[in-house]
Write a new protein. Structure first.
Length: 673
């Protein structure tokens, strides 16, 4: 009997356990959520708003229930100004409802009131010489209003305080008002001078393509010695001396690149430069980096001279970039000198595509003609100088052919790093043309003999160097003081020897080595480097410093990779004579397979050229690796096991020692391969 009772109890217990473990699904009690709601502002007269635009409803069980949203706009009156409640509601399949409202603000269309003052254009400071005809204060001065248009006739000139009979500096005020009562006021100074200093000659000193070569190094005289000559002339002949450049002044050395050219700008300020023409390498960091030195509102270092580029425009326009002028006017005694700055035609191809894709350089000849005529007829200048970063004989001849008010008196060239003094034969005084080497190897000097009206009677032209001009052998203490602050920042990079060159290596040798290094660094099938990207050689026994690396590879080129078909690579190799191609192991030109994809690595200048195939290839990658930093890494690793560098040494890419060139702008990152 006990056994039967035990069996019955066990069965009851099993039934109870089974009942307790039966699963029952939870009831859905969570309402949906409406997303994307915000208050709405509606202007009377606009199209009626779509209240469901951008609105979603999501339920944790049913998913997207946007189609279930009900909008109640019965309380909204879109014809009357006011604030109204707009209701949204939505239910899910379990009948859970969510309801919410937003505000609809109905407003009237705002009528813009004319609060913009008119513009007064063409005003400038005036120099008046006692005894001359009274100045026409309204010459070339206009006024325009955004509503009223031309209101030049409304300009009032207040000259009560100006005394044209006595020397002094006086304030002249222009006022103009539009019909809405908005007023503009511009003040200028009138400088009254008793006697005119008639100058009989003008010396124009010129440099081009210094590429940041601020330090004295053999034939590179350095900015301190060049500045010594200029400052001596400006001290002894202040009314007879001007100093200009024809571009490519910044990019190329450690002491310049490290500071993004600030060291060059600062020392040119100390050298009293009068005008700086854009060169193609002023675009290397992005033009906006250089133009910031010419922004009057910048908080940092500012150039004390203008940046010129009369034919440098944004693509599709004739609008120049901010802080780039077409010309500048320099007054010396009774003579006004206009300097026009131009970029050589077609030099976009000498700039990395990514840096120049927003700009174009128009034909310089018509712009030289246009601004020469403007300077003579509107600005009343006596002498017109053209400074062009280019050395096209066609352009030089075209400018030399200009006559009448378009006539140019002196033409300076740059870009080709040549040293010459030549001329264009023409009626009257011939046109002197000069280029002054590169890296501070020469200073151009054009001497103009002038008549009493400031017209050119004759000229002489000579490129000066440390052998022909003794003052170029003496540094300026003033400029040395400016330069020393920058030298302190980079002393270790200039003087620390990484390793010693075990042999002489030409620019071609180093180009070929860099192509191999580029290939090896990313394990590519082909490595490519352009010969123009290598700017110096290595001597046997030469101490290699970080500064040396900048001399050899001055440009901040990065490695980019892409996959190309063998047929594309062979076509490129066959048609490219200005680059060296490094082949991976077992690869030769002959065994490249036309229909096989290969990994190609090169620098970004070569990569980005639209005439090359790289930008059109498969899987392009910008590695961000600077080729100069890459080489430094290899040299430092080699220095761990040897005192000497040879181009056939094994390439050690593992990073045991960080590069030292960490600059004050955090411009470079540690390179780890």
């Amino acid at each position: 009997m006990k056994k039967i009772i035990s069996i019955i109890s066990l069965l009851l217990l099993m039934i109870l356990v089974s009942a307790c473990t039966t699963e029952v699904g939870p009831k859905d009690t969570i309402p949906p959520e409406i997303l994307g709601l915000s208050d709405i502002t509606y202007t009377i007269g606009d199209d009626e708003p779509d209240y469901l635009d951008g609105v979603l409803a999501i339920d944790n069980v049913d998913g997207d229930v946007t189609h279930q949203i009900i909008v109640d706009d019965s309380a909204v009156d879109l014809t009357t100004v006011g604030a109204y409640e707009l209701f949204y509601s939505v239910k899910d399949s379990s009948n859970n409802m969510y309801r919410v409202y937003v505000m609809v603000y109905v407003v009237e269309e705002l009528i813009d009131l004319d609060t913009t003052p008119p513009n007064i254009n063409g005003t400038k400071d005036i120099t008046y010489y006692i005894g001359d005809d009274a100045p026409d204060y309204l010459k070339n001065v206009t006024a325009n209003d955004n509503i009223d248009g031309n209101i030049t006739h409304n300009i009032v000139v207040e000259d009560d305080t100006v005394d044209l009979l006595n020397e002094g500096v006086y304030t002249l005020t222009y006022r103009v008002s539009d019909q809405a009562g908005n007023e503009s006021i511009v003040t200028v100074t009138v400088t009254v001078i008793n006697q005119i200093s008639h100058i009989e000659f003008l010396n124009i000193y010129h440099v081009n393509d210094t590429h940041g070569a601020l330090l004295n190094d053999g034939n590179q005289m350095g900015i301190s010695r060049i500045g010594n000559l200029i400052l001596d002339e400006k001290t002894n002949n202040p009314d007879n001396t001007i100093f200009i450049s024809s571009g490519d002044m910044l990019q190329g050395t450690l002491i310049s690149n490290y500071f993004y050219g600030a060291s060059v700008i600062d020392t040119l300020n100390a050298s009293q430069m009068d005008a700086f023409t854009l060169g193609n390498h002023e675009f290397d960091w992005g033009l906006e980096v250089v133009t910031e030195y010419f922004n009057p509102d910048t908080e940092g270092l500012k150039a004390n001279f203008p940046l010129l580029g009369a034919n440098v425009f944004f693509k599709g326009t004739t609008t120049r970039p901010d802080f780039v002028d077409a010309y500048t006017i320099i007054e010396k005694g009774n003579v006004k000198i206009g300097v026009i700055g131009l970029m050589g035609f077609g030099l976009e191809s000498s700039i990395a595509t990514s840096r120049v894709e927003d700009y174009y350089f128009d034909d310089p000849i018509p712009w030289a003609a246009y601004y020469a005529e403007h300077l003579r007829t509107v600005e009343d200048v006596d002498i017109v100088i053209v400074s062009i970063h280019g050395n096209s004989q066609f352009t030089n001849q075209g400018i030399g052919n200009l006559t009448g008010n378009q006539r140019v008196d002196v033409l300076f060239n740059g870009h080709s790093h040549s040293t010459y003094e030549t001329f264009i034969s023409r009626n009257g005084v011939d046109l002197p043309i000069m280029q002054s080497g590169a890296n501070g190897s020469a200073v151009g000097k054009v001497h103009l003999a002038l008549n009493e009206n400031g017209e050119v009677l004759s000229y002489t032209a000579q490129n000066l160097n440390r052998f022909s001009e003794s003052r170029l052998n003496t540094p300026s203490s003033l400029i040395d003081a400016v330069l020393s602050e920058y030298l302190l920042e980079v002393d270790a990079l200039l003087n620390e020897t990484i390793i010693i060159s075990g042999s002489y290596y030409s620019r071609n040798d180093l180009t070929e080595y860099m192509a191999k290094l580029i290939r090896t660094s990313v394990d590519a099938d082909f490595g490519i480097h352009n010969y123009g990207g290598t700017r110096a050689s290595l001597d046997s026994g030469q101490n290699i410093t970080v500064a040396t690396l900048y001399e050899i590879f001055p440009f901040d080129n990065k490695i980019k990779t892409v996959e190309l078909l063998g047929s594309e690579i062979k076509s490129y190799i066959s048609n490219s004579g200005s680059v060296y191609v490094s082949y991976g192991s077992s690869l030769t030109y002959e065994n490249i397979q036309n229909n096989t994809y290969y990994l190609v690595a090169t620098n970004d200048y070569v990569f980005d050229l639209t005439s090359n195939p790289f930008i059109y290839g498969e899987n392009p990658i910008d590695t961000g690796i600077l080729i100069r930093d890459l080489w430094e890494t290899v040299l430092r690793n080699r220095a761990e096991i040897s005192n000497y560098f040879y181009i056939n040494d094994p390439i050690i890419l593992e990073m045991d020692v960080y590069p030292t060139q960490l600059d004050i702008f955090d411009r470079r990152q540690y390179l780890i391969i």
